[in-house]
Design a protein around this ligand. Structure first.
Ligand code: NA7
Length: 532
């Protein structure tokens, strides 16, 4: 007779060695659970491992993006710039896993192809592409929201004989741009980071833009030694602010609305915003920026003026001004020297709304105005946001229920971390997650999940599953607030970039504070109805 209970290999299996997974692994290991992490890549860092294209850089302040679980880690790591680049970010995550001796719990080159809930054993059987099989009591899929890269559905992509890379799958070996004819397709956060960085090296640069974005300066700078010391001395205050506020940033919200001030005052204030670091343009702008169309349009009018003052060719600047959404209608990119790039004589902008792409050829790209030849094509065409990674992993819960079927009309979650029918499985940093400084928001989720593990161990429960009616309260909240948040239905936050994907809001429109409150209530109720 088969044993009723198959032994588990580990208590907690974490999938994905990004910023969220590493923290989850650390929490579980510190608490004495047996742990394992599986990672598809050959190194740690997640987003900061895969997106190693030239110009890849934080747009959250480095010292608020890193971890706060160890004062000693915070003290001993020096962020050289306010917004550090990918190599530095990847170094940080390597430092963390080595400093806390986590690397020995990680298996690399392990791409998951199946996760099956074994009802009888009360555990998950997880299989990797190479045939490795792990049995785990709990599975935490920390696989990220921007980790399933997508290419345009344009014929002939495979025919191109030159070099072609997606920004989200960038190779470790350097790509030689010097003297090459280069195309960049896509002008989201990744495309607008690559473009100015490679522009001076290449023989020619052609930018294929489908939708212009409201790009604003990142305003990166080196952090001088004196300021470094101040930041380190300020650990407790910084941690308190970024772990307790809505955005996860250190930014202090403004105290007035747009039209309380004269036009002259507004323009002076917008100038301050233009010079402010990264997301401060969103989080410290006039308080009605995202709630009043008129207020938002006023900021956009200022931005339009700025663009016109930088870009010399009137036809080019016309194409660079968004007309179909206001600020934050799509995720706003933060740039360094982006608009200036279009003043260089060897840089061209192709507006795909005027001349759509027809096909990729052996030699280049054909649009309706003809074929252009290239040595290199950079596909900066984004990701299957939110659900993409989870729906590529073959996850099957109770009774063989496929997550792809359960989420056929869009994700159904509780707190953006668990789903009914999928016991003992979690996905921090996944769909219905946060907009803001992601590691802080995802960290809340990891701590909630870890609290569940601790409670179950203490009280000898084996299974945790969100009841259907409780899950519904969260999904009703998402539906209700989706209509009130600023991101438009044309953004990837609604899955708009993926043909055929259901149009559902893929973040938590209720915000971080509501999520934290619901987590606290759930824990306080001792997970009533969740445990068996
Ligand atoms: P994004 O922000 O999704 O940008 C992708 C870009 O690629 C965007 O400009 C798209 O235009 C463009 N795109 C997508 N499909 C096509 C096709 N078929 N033809 C032409 N152009 C296309 O991804 P990123 O990698 O830049 O940024 C991802 C996140 O990384 C970002 O939000 C930050 O969190 C960091 P569209 O706007 O869809 O018309």
């Amino acid at each position: 007779m088969e044993p009723a209970q198959s032994p588990v290999d580990v208590d907690v299996l974490v999938v994905g060695a990004g910023v969220t997974g590493i923290y989850q692994l650390y929490l579980a290991r510190e608490a004495g659970f047996s742990v394992l992490m599986l990672e598809a890549g050959t190194g740690v860092g997640g987003t900061w491992y895969w997106n190693r294209y030239p110009g890849s850089r934080y747009d959250s302040e480095s010292y608020t993006y890193g971890y706060f679980f160890s004062r000693e880690l915070f003290n001993n790591w020096t962020w050289p710039e306010v917004f550090t680049g990918q190599p530095e970010n990847e170094r940080y995550f390597n430092h963390v896993v080595d400093r806390f001796d986590l690397r020995r719990h990680i298996r690399f080159n392990a791409r998951i192809v199946a996760e099956d809930w074994d009802e009888r054993a009360g555990s998950w059987i997880v299989r990797a592409e190479d045939g490795m099989e792990i049995r785990a009591r709990f599975v935490v899929n920390a696989t990220g929201v921007l980790s399933a890269p997508v290419y345009p559905r344009v014929p002939g992509r495979e025919d191109f004989k030159g070099i072609a890379h997606h920004t989200g799958l960038w190779p470790k070996e350097p790509v030689e741009f010097a003297g090459k004819r280069v195309a960049v397709v896509g002008t989201g956060s990744s495309g607008v980071q690559v473009i100015p960085v490679i522009a001076d090296e290449v023989a020619s640069l052609t930018v294929y833009q489908r939708t212009p974005n409201w790009c604003v300066p990142l305003n990166n700078r080196v952090i001088p030694a004196g300021e470094q010391a101040e930041i380190k001395a300020d650990f407790e205050r910084i941690r308190e602010i970024v772990t307790s506020n809505g955005s996860g940033f250190l930014h202090v919200p403004h105290d007035r609305t747009t039209f309380e001030e004269t036009r002259e005052q507004r323009w002076a204030f917008y100038e301050t915003m233009w010079r402010s670091p990264g997301f401060a343009k969103l989080s410290t702008n006039y308080t009605d920026l995202l709630t009043s169309r008129d207020a938002n349009a006023e900021w956009c009018a200022f931005l339009e003026e700025k663009y016109r003052s930088i870009v010399k060719d009137p036809a080019t600047v016309e194409k660079l001004i968004p007309r179909d959404h206001l600020y934050a209608g799509k995720r706003p990119p933060y740039v360094t020297g982006y608009f200036e790039t279009f003043n260089k004589p060897h840089v061209d902008l192709v507006d795909l709304r005027e001349t759509p792409m027809v096909r990729v050829t052996e030699k280049g790209i054909e649009a309706t105005d003809g074929e252009r030849e290239f040595d290199i094509i950079v596909w900066a065409t984004g990701f299957d946001f939110g659900t993409g990674a989870l729906l590529r992993m073959g996850i099957r819960g109770r009774g063989g229920l496929s997550l792809n079927d359960y989420w056929a009309e869009g994700p159904m979650t509780y707190l953006g971390v668990m789903a009914h029918g999928f016991p003992n499985m979690f996905f921090p940093g996944g769909p219905h997650g946060g907009a803001g400084n992601n590691p802080r928001y995802n960290g809340d989720q990891s701590e909630f999940i870890h609290g569940v593990f601790e409670f179950m161990r203490q009280h000898h429960y084996r299974t945790v599953e969100v009841p259907a009616e409780v899950e519904k309260t969260w999904n009703d909240m998402v539906t209700l607030y989706s209509a009130k948040q600023p991101f438009g239905e044309k953004s990837y936050f609604f899955g708009a970039n993926i043909p055929g994907k259901p149009k559902r809001f893929l973040n938590n429109p209720g915000g971080r504070l509501l999520m934290k409150q619901m987590m606290a209530d759930t824990a306080e109720s001792e997970y009533k109805g969740f445990l068996s």
